[in-house]
Design a protein around this ligand. Structure first.
Ligand code: LLP
Length: 421
């Protein structure tokens, strides 16, 4: 459920017509709903209740500091994968003991900064990394709290570019080697084992792969405890999928996911940590764009938008589907026709949708890409020298620009001419 609904003939974000935002900030822009973000976070909290738990928002899905503050103020923890994300969490007022550091390539400099600023735990992904962290922490007179991300070799049944739990993926340590790795960690001076971590992929639309991974984590918990380790926390990663179309089968709900966690792991007496990104942010955001031209091609018509693949790369990169709707509500029974919906970038891949049925639109009309809150703005870039799209946050009947559109001067001022040119 989200809070982008038609009212009085116009698509609204909560109580604000998207047309009003477009008139103020121009297009394209990302728009997020505070109520939807809040609701999705709370669904996870309710789903895990009464287990001791922490819901750590995966910042990579939507990293604007205002959004992080909104979630952090509700009590959310944060899952970060770089010191840049760590600093965003800190800038949003989230204390270090609610920040989890994930990722396969943490550098020593990043480890040091996170240890200085305070950290809940590092999720380790390789032996060289754990030795490096031990050295860094020991040199600071500290023991870094750690889990090991185990790779359970489970098929997440999702897009190959976002599946992470198969043995051929670069992530984690093969679960079969976990006991040996934990034994080495226990001998390292700068590390303190606090639990186990697992994350098998993103946009999972079935619970079964989670169930398989959780069974393996339960067995491993028993084995590691028998080896004498303290396993008090289980980080189960993120990955629960969202509906990207109105018509498709609904993925499992957070409540079902929570029930599965309780069934498989509830008896272990561990604190449960999860790292959802997309389910919290995905349907909390839309990308609003304007039609520049309607072009009649051979056997097809193109809607040329002012948004492009640099602003929302998911269709070009993963062949992802986003519902695209007219901001002005079409009257019932308005005829539709198929359009290829494209951006202005000089690449054929700059195509958002092919033969998508829409009512006849004209130059200047607004459209909204639904489900664009996750992996939208964060993956944007300036290809074709197109400045990054601004972000707007709506709460009830008011909105704020939470990231400004850079001016062309801002963009150009980052390039420097060497003295010898
Ligand atoms: N935890 C870890 C360790 C992860 O690698 C990820 C996502 C998450 C949590 C959050 O997963 P979520 O709940 O959002 O599924 N750019 C791609 C998605 C990449 C996901 C990467 N890792 C897309 O646009 O679909």
């Amino acid at each position: 459920m989200d809070h982008f609904i038609y009212r009085n003939g116009t698509l609204h974000a909560e109580d604000v017509p998207l047309t009003e935002i477009a008139a103020t900030v121009g297009t394209p822009f990302y728009c997020y709903s505070a109520a939807t973000l809040t609701r999705h976070y709370q669904l996870f909290k309710q789903a895990l209740d009464p287990l001791p738990n922490m819901v750590c928002f995966a910042i990579k899905s939507l990293s604007n500091v205002a959004v992080l503050k909104l979630l952090g103020d509700l009590g959310a923890g944060m899952d970060v994968v770089s010191i840049g994300e760590y600093l965003r969490a800190k800038a949003a007022g989230v204390p270090g003991d609610r920040i989890v550091f994930s990722g396969v390539g943490k550098t020593r400099a990043e480890m040091r900064l996170a240890l200085e600023g305070g950290i809940r735990q590092f999720n380790l992904e390789s032996e060289p990394e754990m030795r490096a962290l031990s050295e860094v922490a020991a040199s600071m007179g500290l023991r870094a709290p750690v889990t090991v991300r185990v790779n359970p070799d489970v098929d997440a049944k999702t897009h190959e570019k976002i599946a992470t739990g198969k043995s051929e993926n670069k992530f984690g340590i093969p679960i079969a080697r976990a006991r040996e790795v934990y034994a080495e960690i226990a001998r390292l001076p700068g590390l303190e084992i606090v639990g186990i971590d697992v994350h098998i992929g993103s946009q999972l639309t079935e619970l079964d792969p989670f169930g398989q991974a959780f069974d393996k984590v339960a067995d491993l918990t028993a084995a590691l405890r028998a080896d004498g380790h303290t396993i008090r926390r289980l980080d189960l990663g993120g990955g629960l999928g969202i509906p990207y179309t109105r018509s498709n089968e609904a993925p499992p709900l957070p409540l079902d996911y929570g029930a599965l966690i309780k069934e498989k792991l509830g008896h272990l007496g561990c604190e449960i940590e999860i790292e959802p990104g997309r389910l919290i942010s995905g349907n909390s955001g839309v990308l609003v764009s304007q039609v520049i031209y309607v072009k009649h091609g051979e056997g097809r018509d193109f809607l040329i938008l002012d948004a492009a693949m640099n602003d929302l790369v998911r269709p070009a990169m993963y062949g992802a589907h986003h519902d695209i709707v007219a901001v002005a509500e079409p009257a019932p029974a308005t005829p539709t026709q198929p359009f290829d919906i494209v951006g202005p970038i000089c690449e054929t891949g700059d195509t958002f949708a092919k033969a998508r049925d829409l009512p006849l639109l004209a130059e200047g009309d607004l459209v909204a890409f639904r489900s664009a809150g996750a992996y939208g703005a964060v993956m944007a870039n300036e290809y074709n020298s197109r400045p990054l799209v601004p972000e707007v946050l709506v709460r009830d009947d008011h909105f704020a620009v939470i990231r400004e559109r850079p001016s062309y001067d801002d963009m150009l001022s980052r390039d420097k001419l060497p003295s010898w040119l």
